[in-house]
Ligand binder design. Structure first.
Ligand code: GLN
Length: 219
């Protein structure tokens, strides 16, 4: 591989440092040279190979992103160009096509609309209803242990289009999805002390780079 892989963590609000730590751990565990950097500006987002949108508060993230000079447009363009993205909790809401809330109905927040899902925000209740649950995730490998899902004011996926692969369920509710190079989870893999989902994401980034480099060499 030509250059070091570069993973960006969207640093507007939320579990930014937690994601950075787990992504660095994941890079080490798969023996890959690379860097993890917190990104806030368009020119930084242009340079990364993959982006993690952390858990936090999606309405705050979109509002601040708009103040930040319209960086959602840059993220949208990079996703259209194939950039892999992992969105955890609020990050998954940002990737969704539409978002609902039991209290306000369809939320008016600006979304990236790149995964063909409708999500219900705060579907398990409020902060005090936060919980942890073991989640079976076959994409982590057949003989892998269940993943400890940390749910904090978590959304659930209430509709998923045909291009969406369901990668995690809890009590018949969809809590993890993948569409192409985009992965979304209702829970926070950055808070579970387990880097397997981040490793899976970084492998997606590496696979894409390898395919592109091979295409460059053979064309
Ligand atoms: N409820 C939050 C939202 O709607 C998400 C919560 C989280 O990321 N822990 O953005």
């Amino acid at each position: 591989m030509k250059t070091k892989v570069s993973i960006g963590i969207l640093g507007i609000q939320g579990d930014v440092e937690e994601n950075k730590t787990v992504a660095e751990e994941a890079l080490n565990h798969i023996n890959t040279k690379g860097e993890v950097r917190v990104v806030r500006h368009a020119e930084e987002i242009e340079k990364i190979d993959g982006l993690i949108i952390p858990g936090g508060e999606s309405t705050v993230m979109t509002t601040l992103a708009a103040v930040q000079g319209g960086i959602l447009h840059v993220i949208t363009r990079r996703i259209d160009g194939g950039m892999p993205v992992l969105g955890t909790c609020a990050g998954m809401i940002m990737l969704a096509k539409r978002a609902y809330d039991r209290i306000v109905g369809e939320t008016k927040q600006q979304l990236l609309s790149k995964i063909d899902i409708v999500v219900e925000r705060n579907a398990f209740g409020r902060q005090r209803d936060s919980f942890e649950a073991k989640i079976d995730m076959p994409i982590l490998g057949k003989n892998n242990n269940a993943f400890k899902g940390v749910f904090i004011r978590a959304p659930v996926v209430i509709e998923a289009g045909p291009a969406v692969e369901i990668i995690a369920q809890f009590n018949d509710k969809i809590v993890g999805v993948r569409q192409g190079n985009l992965i979304g989870t209702s829970f926070h893999p950055e808070l579970s002390g387990d880097d397997r989902i981040h490793k899976q994401f970084i492998k997606t980034v590496l696979d894409l780079r390898k395919r592109r480099e091979t295409a460059e060499v053979t064309s």
